[in-house]
Design a protein around this ligand. Structure first.
Ligand code: ADQ
Length: 469
């Protein structure tokens, strides 16, 4: 079995006891690396103050070598906060209004990818399989190819891929497409993303589909397929079953009394539709006066990417909106929205999902959305809650027992809340049973195995045309 080399922007380094941080993706990739032996490389999370570039640290844990690169402030500003998070992230989430195409950020993005390639290349053995993760690292494979590496290289995109008209607003879209085409396998979350990608190839005559899921571009053949990411379903369900023992979960239950709980859990991000969601809840609660005092909406939202100005501003907007709604509707003994601005441990989170009659997951655009899957996995089989899910989340393609909504349509979401809260037990069980067996079978380990199987199997390679053309 070949060794595995994983590259992602951030690396979940095990703590001193060797325990990997919690989280399905980290656990699944760690397991795959333990089994095969290999390397996990990425940014160390540290910035160097010295003008000299990039320290490089190696840590060995069992069969895994962690290779961590420090970045300079300039690198981080341009590569991470700049091009990755102010260009590719909004672009892939269809937010052209938020993209900022600065030439220096583009240059920084390609420079850091080259830097990663130069650190990584000496660690690679000829039959290693390389698996690159996410939009921060699209050009890495083409850098490695230019250095002469012939290894199998796969790429998984965790976020959506946009249609051609959106992508082509990016001045360097051609280099980005060439970067993607340098892989042997590209994994997307949904068939819509693959269709969009194929459309981008076709539109400018960059490439074409030469077989089912097999493409050719720049003289290189590669696969582009759907691998919907998932969670560690059985383990998460188990954590949820035991969460009642947790003091914080008990306190929450007590403070809730016999009110129904609606839960929303998202990183603070404009793609998650948090303001639309609060407006939909406000619409529901003002138009259903009988529910006033009987329903609590808990929105848990840790800050993220505060170095990007849009996120700072959003922080204020969401807090003000929640405050305004509460000010207008609260009673002395009831606050309709509880807005919590921090990260919550997995055990408590699982317990809160389980307590909630409704999981309100309404992103405006989302690659997959693991919160939707976690909510389903945490439910009681004998009395499950109802998932309300945006049709624009990748998860909507799998979770057919959810109430699917258009998150831009405030009244429709409000109606879905009313429907979910009054749904009879039989209907709730039926819907949950449509989803849970699928999630148990298609968990994150299966996702990891499926991707690696395709990466190991497909020949791909040169189609004879000039790759440098
Ligand atoms: P994210 O945009 O981060 O991921 P998501 O898939 O929902 O979105 O994953 C978030 C994770 O963070 C979940 O596991 C959730 O439990 C956790 N989380 C969120 N808020 C939390 C809080 N307050 N406390 C503790 N944990 C919290 C990107 C893409 C997604 C894609 C994933 C995986 O944007 O579309 O599903 O990668 O590919």
């Amino acid at each position: 079995m070949s060794r595995l080399v994983v590259i992602s922007n951030r690396v979940p380094l095990p703590d001193k006891s060797g325990t990997a941080p919690a989280g399905g993706l980290a656990v699944a990739l760690q397991a795959a690396l333990e089994e095969r032996g290999g390397v996990w490389m990425g940014w160390s999370g540290k910035t160097t103050t010295s003008r000299e570039r990039a320290g490089f640290h190696i840590h060995e844990h069992g069969k895994i070598t962690y290779a961590l690169v420090d970045l300079s402030r300039k690198d981080l500003d341009e590569y991470y906060a700049g091009f990755a998070n102010r260009v590719l992230w909004p672009l892939c989430h269809y937010r052209l209004d938020l993209t900022e195409y600065a030439r220096k950020d583009m240059a920084g993005y390609f420079r850091v990818n080259r830097l990663f390639a130069h650190h990584l290349a000496p660690l690679i053995k000829p039959d290693d399989m390389i698996w690159v993760h996410d939009y921060h690292l699209i050009p890495l494979a083409s850098e490695l190819r230019q250095m002469g590496l012939k290894n199998r290289i796969g790429f998984f995109l965790h976020i959506p891929w946009p249609p051609a008209d959106v992508l082509f607003t990016l001045p360097v879209h051609e280099t980005i497409m060439r970067g993607l085409a340098s892989h042997d396998v590209i994994g997307f979350q949904t068939s819509h993303d693959v269709e969009n990608f194929a459309g981008c190839l076709r539109r400018e005559g960059i490439g074409r589909e030469i077989g089912k899921g097999l493409f050719e571009a720049y003289g290189h053949a590669f696969r582009a397929e759907v691998f919907p990411i998932s969670i560690d379903t059985a383990a998460f369900a188990h954590v949820a079953q035991n969460a009642q023992r947790h003091a914080m979960v008990q306190r929450m239950q007590k403070s809730l009394g016999d009110r129904d709980l609606i839960i929303g859990v998202d990183r603070l991000d404009y793609s998650k539709g948090i303001t639309n969601r609060i407006e939909a809840f406000e619409h529901f609660i003002t138009n259903n006066p009988g529910s006033q005092g009987k329903v609590t909406f808990l929105q848990i939202t840790p800050k993220s990417r505060s170095e990007v100005p849009e996120y700072e501003e959003m922080q204020r907007t969401v807090a003000e909106l929640a405050g305004r709604v509460n000010g207008a509707i609260s009673a002395v003994d009831w606050v309709p929205i509880r807005y919590v601005n921090r990260s919550i441990g997995r055990n408590v989170l699982a317990g809160l999902y389980r307590m909630a009659r409704v999981g309100l997951v309404t992103p405006l655009r989302d690659g997959m959305n693991l919160v939707a899957k976690e909510y389903v996995a945490a439910q009681r089989s004998e009395d499950p809650g109802v998932l309300i899910l945006s049709r624009f989340a990748g998860a909507a393609r799998e979770l057919d027992g959810a109430l699917l909504v258009n998150p831009y349509d405030i009244e429709a979401v409000s109606n879905a809340i009313a429907r979910a809260l009054s749904m009879p037990l039989e209907a709730r069980r039926e819907r949950w049973n449509q989803m849970m067996p699928h999630l148990l079978e298609h968990d994150v380990s299966r996702w990891c195995e499926d991707f690696l199987k395709v990466l190991a199997a497909e020949p791909g390679g040169s189609t004879g045309a000039d790759q440098a053309a």
